[in-house]
Write a protein that binds this ligand. Structure first.
Ligand code: SAH
Length: 254
């Protein structure tokens, strides 16, 4: 007897930013699998399911356990913050499914999308992602730092707005500075930078600074950093509120 498994995006935190399909899957689940702080975003009222808590680095084991539970007939939800497909659990689950195609043949697997941190922070400040943009994780736990640097160079040359996830941690104190240095070689110091911290959660803040003025101390692992392109602008409206946007039109190509 096989059950089902959903990899669910919880969104950034606020209940209003959680998809109805995610709410429904959580309410019906028999088992929740996830990293402790993400499981803590799900109340007993949201889901009375049995909880299987994992360390952040045990993604492969977490995915396999979830699939095994579903193969045994359970109704399993793997939780991720934000969107499960953005630096989160959906990939680990699909990888495990690929590795065990026969074993998990009977399991009905689905991915329930969520609002990712970059979209949430962008919404708080205007429309910095309104044109071509990309997301890069500065974590070098799973990929070599040389790959991160190469991508940042390409982003800088392509003049893309970039949302930096996992910008810093106790073990990675210098990477953000290096990333901003690479981008700064192609953008002016007054390029707008948005620091969205705990967006959609208690104590949230979204601040605007500039490429030449980012203070590393203002950025931690709960922050997403959006660095504008050469066309991104900031202004203060008549009510004193700061807005950041990337215009829809481009200077004429030369
Ligand atoms: N799947 C998540 C991202 C997980 S990677 C998503 O789609 O949002 C973890 C990184 O995401 C953090 O280091 C931070 O850079 C960013 N992040 C996640 N939630 C956030 C929030 N509520 N506010 C600001 N940044 C957040």
């Amino acid at each position: 007897m096989s059950g089902r498994l959903a990899v669910v995006g919880l969104g950034p935190g606020a209940a209003a930013w959680r998809a109805p399909e995610a709410v429904e899957r959580l309410a019906r689940a028999s088992d929740l699998v996830g990293y402790g702080p993400y499981l803590a975003m799900v109340t007993e009222e949201d889901s009375p399911a049995v909880r299987h808590e994992f360390d952040n680095r045990e993604e492969a084991r977490r995915a396999e356990l979830a699939l095994d539970l579903a193969a045994a007939g359970r109704d399993v939800v793997v939780v991720s913050s934000g969107d499960p497909g953005v630096f989160a659990m959906a990939t680990a689950v699909v990888e495990a499914l690929h590795a065990g195609v026969d074993r998990y043949a009977g399991v009905d697997v689905s991915i329930v999308p969520g609002i990712t941190a970059a979209s949430a922070a962008a919404a708080r400040i205007g429309a910095p992602l309104g044109h071509d943009f990309c997301c890069i994780s500065l974590s070098d736990v799973l990929k070599p730092w040389s790959v991160v640097e190469r991508r940042l160079e390409a982003v800088a040359c392509a003049d893309l707005v970039v949302a930096l996830y996992n910008p810093t941690s106790r073990h990675r104190p210098w990477q953000l500075g290096r990333a901003l240095e690479i981008l700064g070689a192609h953008r002016t110091p007054d390029t707008p930078v948005v620091l969205g911290r705990d967006v959609g959660r208690d104590g949230e803040s979204t601040r605007v600074t500039s490429l030449g003025a980012v203070d590393d101390g203002d950025v931690d692992m709960r922050t997403v950093v959006i660095v504008g392109s050469t066309t991104t602008r900031a202004f203060v409206d008549g009510r004193g509120r700061t807005w950041v946007y990337t215009p829809r039109t481009y200077p004429a190509a030369d």
